[in-house]
Design a protein around this ligand. Structure first.
Ligand code: AHR
Length: 659
């Protein structure tokens, strides 16, 4: 492939004029952007730039939720999926249900060793287990000595792919009723594909269940917490909100496979697993071992949102299964329990500890409320059946919880008959926000930088809830997350920001993908069992989120918003807290050029420029995680204007302190 290096050739405006390109400044001079700092407009929502979390691409189990043992409770439909005989032939193991630990956790495994050689089973994790040299891992399990067995000792051993021990621990003294046992394992070496073996060291039988290997270090040290490197990447976005748990996963292929948040706020051992809808959604990326353990459940989502200072934004089933699948409908006379789920969720998040669900929150460790302000009704639903169900939710939610803003869907597509129909209907109702989705090529994002300039200024606001520029082919996986795609998103986001009066929230989607187990691309962050990196789109999100300012101000070229003239896109805000004017300019042209920026106020001192520029085909990777990433430099400014060179294919943020 021929790489086009970012060029520093500066084309004079006169030449551009000859080429028939509109010239934004004086003929012969650089394009001029006029920032109307004295005309602050709408506030930029504090929560404006958030993240969309869905358990797709092994984002939860195998990703952000750092449990190393897959199928830890033997509750997958194939109870021994991910489990194998470990070593030795002197014994057997079997799945059993008699005398299981609880009615919600109905299966366990009996390991029977004939002795004297060790005999046992092993778990292969999520395409292996990531372990770091010298790091501590908490091993735990529910166990009981099988009836009639002699006392036995259990060795838990971390092994590399050749079966060599990386670390081990020994547990003994098992009683004849179910109890939890635990210890700490340390790995002698770093390995991304380790496995966990359980051996009985002498003749006897042991019943085991809920076998867990969890890193001792989690994000913010939370018990049952999150994988710290991935969580930190998310925290570094300074997200204004966290939308969870999806996406299509909310809806389910059939209604009984929908995401039921109540199932996820039980004791860990009692959270019933559910097939992940991405298990077999795409046959070209089938993942037969993809289930939801709900170890990362609604309590953990709320806790994470709080830990990173983001608003929680849960989306619930509205009684319609995914319309790309069955489209199964809960009849209107049976919609009550779905609405009750929403009411109960508000109680779980905000209710007093004396209420049923407030008490559940407190029992899980958080007596204080989570201050839920948003709730989503349905994901990508469409048609009159959605409007009818949405109305029923709205009527009850507005009456009982006017303080909580309702988010409605607008279907899966950014335009078309269904989209127009939904907006027409929703304008007559009272959702606070309408969730629009757009997965489109980079050209669409460039063409739609002015999408919201003409939107009605009254009625529901917009939640740009799922978007990503799709360049290249699905089979390219991580190679689809190019700078070309990210730059077109940046151009589009200038349009979101310019219209911050009606676009109140925005999130890229999907968020996370396991390099060895993904179903969908592109994604914001890729990871393996130990490492993670942000794509160019990740850094675009980060740049906008960290520079969102407090109020929009117009930025004009020849009296017009800058929405693609000469390949330039721009938005501007003032940051009243920092006392700065912040101008974002995207240059999609394949050449560098100067722009003059008139700030409307004199700079009080030098500013900062934050620049992203690269070859459009460039991607980040584990080997080069910051190949496309922002760099920051001092921005000298004297007076109320500056001239700045914009590199080819670049996003530049200019932050200037003003009086
Ligand atoms: O982000 C991936 C999927 O795209 C989401 O689950 C769904 O809402 C959309 O179709």
């Amino acid at each position: 492939m021929i790489r086009i290096a970012p060029t520093r050739i500066l084309l004079p405006a006169a030449l551009l004029a000859v080429l028939g390109v509109t010239v934004l400044g004086q003929p012969g001079g650089p394009p001029t952007l006029i920032v109307q700092t004295d005309k602050p407009g709408a506030d930029v929502a504090k929560a404006m730039y958030g993240v969309f979390f869905e358990d797709i691409n092994f984002a939860a189990d195998g990703g952000l939720y750092p449990e190393r043992v897959k199928n830890r409770s033997f509750e997958f439909p194939d109870p021994l999926m991910a489990w194998y005989k470990s070593a030795g032939s002197g014994g057997s193991f079997a799945v059993r249900t008699d005398g299981a630990p609880s009615a919600r956790n109905t299966r366990y495994v009996r390991i029977q060793a004939d002795g004297p050689a060790p005999y046992g089973i092993m778990n292969m994790g999520f395409r292996g287990m990531g372990v770091l040299e010298n790091a501590d891992y908490r091993f735990s399990l529910l166990a009981r000595r099988a009836p009639g067995s002699k006392p036995v000792a259990l060795r838990a051993e971390l092994q590399n792919t050749r079966g060599q021990a990386l670390g081990s621990l020994r547990l003994e003294g098992f009683g004849d009723t179910w109890q939890r046992y635990e210890g700490t394992l340390k790995s002698a070496r770093t390995d991304t594909r380790a496995r966990l073996a359980l051996f009985l060291e002498s003749a006897g039988a042991l019943d085991v269940d809920v076998v867990s290997l969890f890193p001792a270090e989690t994000f913010k040290g939370r018990p049952n917490g999150l994988r710290s490197d991935i969580a930190q990447l998310l925290a570094d976005l300074q997200p204004g909100f966290i939308r969870f748990p999806g996406g299509c996963i909310v809806e389910g292929r059939y209604l009984d496979l929908r995401y039921d948040w109540k199932e996820t706020v039980a004791d860990l051992a009692d959270r019933r697993i559910l097939i992940n809808r991405w298990n077999d959604e795409f046959m070209h990326r089938a993942a037969p071992d993809y289930f939801q353990s709900f170890g990362l459940g609604f309590y953990e989502y709320f806790q994470f949102a709080e830990d990173v200072g983001a608003e929680p934004l849960p989306i619930l089933s509205c009684g319609i299964a995914c319309q790309f699948n069955s489209g199964e409908l809960a009849p209107m006379e049976d919609i009550g329990p779905y609405i009750q789920d929403a009411l109960d969720l508000i109680e779980f998040a905000n209710g007093d500890v004396k209420t049923t669900w407030g008490a559940r929150r407190a029992a899980l460790g958080h007596p204080a409320p989570f201050h839920l302000k948003y709730i989503g009704v349905g994901n990508e639903q469409w048609g009159p059946q959605y409007v009818e169900r949405y109305k029923a939710f709205e009527q009850v939610l507005l009456a009982k919880h006017p303080e909580v803003q309702i988010v409605s869907g607008a279907g899966p597509f950014p335009d078309g008959e269904e989209f127009d129909y939904l907006w027409k209907e929703l304008r007559q109702l009272k959702p606070a926000l309408v969730d629009e989705h757009y997965y489109r090529p980079p050209s669409w994002f460039l063409e739609n930088a002015s999408r919201y300039d003409g939107y009605p200024r009254t009625g529901p606001k917009v939640f740009a809830g799922e978007y990503a520029a799709h360049a290249g082919q699905q089979s390219d996986g991580p190679n689809r997350s190019t700078w070309e795609a990210a730059l077109s998103e940046a151009a589009f986001i200038t349009g979101l920001e310019r219209n911050a009066d009606i676009v109140r929230l925005a999130s890229y989607a999907p968020l996370l993908a396991h390099l060895d187990a993904w179903q969908w691309a592109p994604n914001l962050i890729w990871f393996d069992n130990l490492r993670a990196y942000g794509t160019p789109s990740y850094y675009v999100q980060q740049v906008f989120s960290r520079n969102k300012g407090t109020h929009v101000v117009p930025v004009l070229a020849r009296g017009e918003p800058v929405t693609g003239q000469q390949g330039l896109y721009a938005s501007a805000v003032v940051d009243e807290l920092a006392g700065e004017v912040v101008v974002k300019v995207v240059n999609t042209a394949g050449f560098g050029r100067n722009v003059r920026v008139e700030l409307g106020r004199a700079a009080t001192r030098a500013g900062r420029a934050i620049v992203m520029a690269s070859d459009p085909a460039a991607v980040n990777s584990l080997a080069e995680p910051r190949r496309v990433a922002p760099r920051e430099e001092v921005l000298p400014v004297a007076g109320a204007a500056l001239t700045r060179e914009l590199p080819a294919h670049s996003l530049t943020v200019l932050r200037v302190p003003v009086r």
